[in-house]
Each structure stands twice: as C-alpha cells, then as structure tokens.
Design a protein around this ligand. Structure first.
Ligand code: ADP
Length: 734
C-alpha cells in the first residue's frame, strides 16, 4: 500500500462542508432523529410499567396507559421515519449532485498538463466508484450511524437513572468487550483501502485495454494483456478476501462481546432481583435498554469500520478539487483586444518536462494577416508551438505575445475568443451538425452557423444529409466522411470569426483530392486573418507567406518556399524527400520518378535503363490508420516507400512489456531494404498511424534484375552493409 489510509475525519469534515447549503434540512433531520431515539427509549421504560404495575400489581389503568404510550410511540416513530426519509432523500440527492457538478466544473478549468499526466480511468473512477462509496456512506449515515449513536447516549442516561449499580457493572465492562473490535477497525479500513486501490487498477487496465484494442491486435498483445490482467485480478482477489474476512471477524467479535456482556449483566440483575433490590420490571427494562445500547454500539462500530472506502473516496474527490490549474488567470489580467498587429515568440524555451526542452530558444514574428506554415520532421515541436500560442502551457523562458501583450497578462477566454483551431482528427460530439458548429460560439444564430458552413464549403453537403443541419453527427462524427468532419471543424472554428486560425495537421490525414480541395478552401478563408498551419507535408504550404522550419525544437530556417528550396538546408531535403511521386486516379496508383528512385541509397548505382525497368515493378498499397504494414518476426520480402501518411516503427520488449516506439516514418521515408537482398525476419513492426499510401517492391523482382548484373549485386550489397553499419545494426545478424 503506497498511501496511508486517510482518517475518518476527512469524510466527516467533507460531508459537513457539503451540508452547509442544506442547513435547515439537516437541522430538521437531526431533530427527527433525536425524537426517534427518545421514543425508542420509551419502549423499555413502558415494559417496566407493564410488568411492575400492570401485570404484577394488576393495575389495568397503568397497563392501558403504558400500551397506549407504546402504540403512540410506534405511530410517531413510523410517521417521523417516513418524513425523515423524504427529507433525507432530497438532501442526499442534492448534496451528491453538488459534488458531481463541482467536480465537472473543476475539470473544465484544469490545464492540458493535468490531462496529459492523468489517465482517463482515474478521472472516471472519481465519478463512479469514489462517488458511489461516498453515496453509500451518506445513505447509511442516519440509520446506521447517527441514530444508533443517539440511542447509545439516551440509553446510557436512562440506564443510570434506572439502576446505577447495574449501570456501573455494565458500563465498566462494555469497553473491554469493545477493545477487540477497536483493534480490528484500522485493519478493516486498511484492507478496504487496499481492495479499492486494486479495484481501481483493474478499472484503469480495463479501460486502457478497450481503448488500445487496435494496438493489442496489431502487436499481438492478447496474451500479454490477459496475463497482466490476471495478475491484477489475483491481487484484487487476495485483498477482497482479506477485507471480507476482517469485516466478518469484526462483526463476529462485537456480537460475541455483546452476548457475553448480556450474560454478565443478566446474572447480576437476576441476583439483585432475587434479593429484592430491584423489581422484575426494572430488570426487564434494564435488559431491553441494555440490548438497545449494545446493538447501537455494534451498528456504530460497523458503520465506522465501513467508512474506509468512503473516506478514501472523499479524499480522492478532495484531491481532484484541490488540483490547481496552473494556467488560471492571475489577478490583474487584461482583455486582449482583437489582434491586428503581430504574434511574437521571443527566446521561447519550453519542455513538457522542464529539464528536457521540446522547444528551444525560438524567436519568430508573424505579422497580422500573414499565412504561415510551421514545418519539420515528426517530433520537431510543431504542435507544441501551437499549444504555446493558445496558452495551453506557459514557456519556461521567453515570452509569447500577441500585439505586444504577453499571453500571461491577458485573460485566457479573451485570448482564445480570437482563435479558431482545427486538429488532425477533429472531434465531433454526438449532437446535431448545427450544434457541433455552434460549439465554436455558443451565441451564434442559425444564420451565422449556415454562413460559417458556407465559408467552409460544407453547406451543400449538410443540406443533403437526411435531416440537414439537424442530422446527428454520430458518436465521434462517425456518420460523416473524414473530409466532411474536417470541414465541419473548420466551420466550427470560423463561426467565432477568429483573427487567428490555427491548423494542426488539419489536412494531412485526408486523401489527396480532399486534401487539395480543403487547402484551397483554407487559402480563401485566410483573407483578413492570420493563418498558422503546422504540418509535415510541405506541398500543402508552398504558397505560404512565411515558412518556419523546425528541427529538434529550434527554428533552423525561415523564409518563403522560393528562398528555402535553393538553400539546400533541411527544407529542401524534406521537399526532395516528399516529391517525385505522381498520383494517378486520386492516389489509387502511384508512379515514382526516376530521379527519386535514384535518390534511394540502395539504388544509387543503378543506371537509367535499370531504374526505368524497376519503376514499373512497384506496387501501390493503401493502409488505413491503425493497420500494421509489416510485423516484427514475419519473413520480409518487400521494400517499402511511404508516399503519404505516417507510421510508427516499434520493437517488442523481451520481457513482454509494451513495445518501444523507435521512430516515426512520414512522407518520403522508406524501410525494408534488407528484405530486397536477404530472406530474413522483420526486425521491427511498422504500423500506420495516419492513412498511408505506400509503394512496395518485391524481392523476387529485384533479384531477377540483380541476377543479370552480378557487379551491381556486389555494389548494392556494399551499400546495404554500409547503411546498416551507419544505423548501428549488424548486416550478418540482421
Ligand atoms: P510535432 O508536432 O512536430 O510532431 P510535437 O510538438 O507533437 O511535435 O512534439 C514535440 C516533442 O514533444 C516530441 O518529442 C513529443 O514526444 C513531445 N511531446 C508532445 N506532447 C507531449 C506531452 N503532452 N507530454 C510530453 N511530451 C510531449
């Protein structure tokens, strides 16, 4: 167990805090409980009157009065109980709804850093199991906690009044019998805390496993997932077993204690009654009251021992509510007027982990109205730059400013009001298309929604949907094509009429014609606003006013396409890598240029005629996002060039842990040269993370050419050896 069990006071203080808005109802419930416990105490007292006066002295009047009092008390207890239930039900529902909505409101304020480090399962379990434990404890509080506690107090007072000698015997003895359960209570609390922690681990594992099913299938992790689940399940079984056993032991020990106590007081009472020191009625009333006291003590003990999960749940709810959003507005922030001058990054350094910067000393200025592209290899920091501009994070050094206002000095909502963003995979909520667009600005009129849709060139498509703008977008927008979803996301951004439009790989995952059409739309929308597009695909940004080239978090080049291309820097290398492919039939068939073929190291010694022969041997293949292109361990017989898309390269761990991602391949990258020369198993798994169009070449086609030219075979083998040495891999063993 990592964390100590929080004390019960955490739960009690938490509940008292939440009860504050319900003071009058709480007071009413409290009064009803006091009344009920007083009336309950009347029952044993009337027993004394019934036996001593009614039965032994045969006094009919006293008998009738005592029975009448009993009946009256019964009726009042029942009616009062019903009324109490009614008030309590409303009070509990109100209080739990306050906790739930408080947590949700707080979640909306938390920074992206919180979401990056917190697993979804952890947040969900605050709303499900933690809240349920609190609810259970609150529901049982009146009947199993407060009422028995009041009964104990009233019964003790009356016991003393009835016969002090018997009370002294009882009150001296009962604490000893409660010592055993007392020593067990912390153990029961610890055990239930442990069970809860393990239960939560299972929920997190389950939630991750369901979400990660494509990865599980792609990497054949079914057995690994099952065995790690079984381990956790066995842990949960062990702690459930322990918690149940300790709970049962606690209950049993209290019951045994009460029974023993009963025998002792009964013996003493019988002796007193036999000697004539007390009446039989007093003895019976005493025993009845004593039973009430004992069982009330039993209930209170059990209730307190069951408060473990509720206390733990309350602590976790408090922890969530105590999470502070580091990006909350500080006092004195100003409203950002509609930007009309420039965006500036000045010596900006930022790392998700502050000791490892992901953006390093970035300086850039974007004049208002410019169309700007941020390009660079995967992981170079393009998206991070956009998140800094939206102030999802603050830089560790330097400033990000708009029109001279440091973003830290402006109110977050006024900053974001001027921005619209479209991500690579835009999330559409399961509401109507109209409502999805209106999420961009909640007070937009229907006409403004239509206007935004027209600007995003999606109006006609929406009108052709079964219920037009009232069509449900489906869970995650599954009713619409990828291009349509992106256009709706653009309409959502446009309905805010943003001064700054941010695009984060907004068109990269679309098929070539859809991408081209969407880029043309975006170009038209750029009039009068600043457009900043982060993308790895250079062709879509060649017309930008300014291109910033990022490499490992630093801006290494900037300028227009016409300046950057001849500069022979990273931009031109990326450009050359991504060009040289001709897409026919909307990308169904791809042709690779001879010059591009020659730039592949393994083919650098091929002459023009051989390259022309090879050119026709390439097959075009399509892979949707999530599909594995090659599996580690499978026999390799093809070489691949990724024409468009993105894929991860990963290697399984020997100890069965999650695979290591070794790198990301994007437009123009290639892999599997060794498969052209040797029949050897794949050394890694390559999986598409964006829809991929690939060109592939079979070994048998390649070797058919090499067999005709032994000199070239030798040269190719040398090149492959050298490349493998460069990559740090052994040619003979790989
Ligand atoms: P790009 O958009 O150029 O592909 P990113 O800006 O997404 O690059 O990422 C830059 C670096 O920051 C990468 O090394 C990436 O792994 C890391 N990174 C991105 N997001 C997070 C995050 N939420 N937490 C930690 N590291 C991150």
């Amino acid at each position: 167990m990592s964390a100590p069990t929080p004390g019960i006071s955490v739960f009690i203080r938490g509940i008292l805090g939440y009860l504050r808005p319900y003071r009058s109802q709480s007071l009413l419930v409290g009064s009803l409980l006091v009344l009920e416990s007083l009336l309950v105490a009347l029952i044993p007292l009337s027993l004394r009157a019934i036996i001593d006066s009614g039965l032994i002295e045969r006094d009919q009047r006293t008998l009738a009065v005592a029975l009448g009092v009993l009946a009256g008390a019964g009726i009042i207890i029942t009616a009062g109980g019903l009324f109490r239930d009614y008030v309590l039900a409303r009070l509990q529902a109100g209080m739990l709804s306050d906790i739930r909505s408080g947590m949700f409101k707080h979640l909306q304020q938390l920074s992206p850093a919180f979401y990056a480090r917190t697993r979804t399962g952890e947040i969900l379990s605050r709303f499900s199991s933690d809240l349920a434990s609190v609810e259970n404890a609150v529901t049982a509080a009146a009947q199993r906690g407060i009422l028995p506690a009041l009964n104990c107090i009233v019964a003790t007072i009356i016991l003393i009044a009835l016969d002090w000698r018997l009370s002294v015997i009882a009150l001296f003895i009962w604490p000893w019998f409660l010592l055993v359960p007392r020593s067990l209570v912390p153990k029961v609390s610890d055990a239930s805390y442990e069970r809860k922690t393990r239960d939560e681990k299972i929920m997190i594992a389950l939630q991750e496993n369901v979400a990660a099913q494509p990865v599980v299938k792609a990497f054949s992790l079914e057995q690994f997932s099952t065995s790690s689940f079984l381990d956790r399940n066995a842990d949960l079984k062990r702690s459930s077993n322990r918690a149940e056993l300790l709970s049962a032991l606690l209950e049993r020990s209290t019951v045994v204690g009460v029974l023993l106590l009963l025998v002792v007081t009964m013996s003493a009472g019988a002796r007193f009654a036999y000697a004539g020191n007390i009446t039989i009625g007093t003895l019976v009333a005493f025993q009845a009251l004593f039973l009430t006291l004992s069982y009330s003590l039993l209930y209170v003990t059990q209730y307190l021992s069951n408060l473990g999960p509720a206390t733990f749940g309350m602590k976790r709810i408090n922890d969530l509510l105590g999470e502070s959003s580091r990006l909350a507005d500080v006092p004195g922030v100003v409203e950002l007027p509609r930007p009309n001058k420039s965006i500036e990054f000045s010596h900006v350094t930022f790392g998700y982990n502050p000791s490892h910067p992901n953006i390093y000393d970035v300086n850039l200025t974007v004049p208002h109205g410019a169309s700007v592209a941020v390009v660079g290899p995967s992981g170079s920091g393009k998206s991070t730059l956009l998140t800094l501009l939206m102030r999802f994070y603050d830089p560790q050094a330097g400033t990000v400013s708009i029109d001279g206002h440091d973003l830290r000095t402006v109110a977050n909502d006024t900053l974001r009001r001027h921005m619209g963003i479209v991500f690579q995979d835009s999330f559409l909520f399961n509401m109507t298309v109209r409502e999805n667009i209106r999420l961009g600005r909640l007070d937009a009129t229907d006409d403004e929604v239509v206007e935004a849709a027209r600007a995003a060139e999606i109006h006609d498509v929406i009108c052709s949907l079964p219920a037009g703008y009232s069509t449900l977008a489906g869970e995650g927008g599954s009713q619409l094509s990828a291009g349509e979803r992106q256009r709706i996301a653009i309409a959502r951004a446009l309905v805010r009429n943003p001064a700054i439009l941010l695009l984060d790989e907004a068109t990269s995952a679309l098929d070539p014609p859809t991408e081209q059409a969407l880029n043309a739309t975006i170009h038209r929308l750029g009039q009068g606003r600043t457009v900043i597009s982060a993308t790895h695909r250079l062709a879509s940004t060649a017309g930008a006013d300014m291109i910033f080239v990022l490499d490992k978090g630093s801006v290494v080049e900037h300028g227009r396409h016409s300046m950057l291309l001849p500069a022979a820097g990273l931009y031109s290398r990326l450009w050359n890598k991504q060009t040289g492919f001709t897409l026919h039939d909307h990308g169904d068939r791809v042709e690779i240029d001879i010059a591009r073929l020659r730039s592949l190291p393994i083919l650098s010694s091929f002459d023009q005629s051989l390259l022309t022969e090879l050119q026709s041997q390439f097959d075009t293949e399509h892979y949707p996002a999530g599909r594995v292109i090659v599996h580690e361990g499978d026999p390799g017989d093809r070489f691949y060039v990724i024409v468009r898309g993105a894929a991860t390269v990963s290697k399984a761990h020997r100890d069965g842990d999650n695979p290591d991602v070794l790198g990301v391949l994007q437009d123009g990258d290639f892999f599997g040269e060794i498969a052209l020369l040797k029949d050897t198993p794949r050394t890694a798994t390559v999986r598409a993370t964006m829809p991929c169009i690939c060109l592939s070449l079979r070994r048998e086609n390649f070797t058919a050419i090499l067999n005709r030219f032994p000199d070239i075979r030798e040269q190719v083998t040398q090149i492959a050896r050298a490349r493998y040495a460069q990559l740090g891999q052994g040619w003979e063993t790989s």
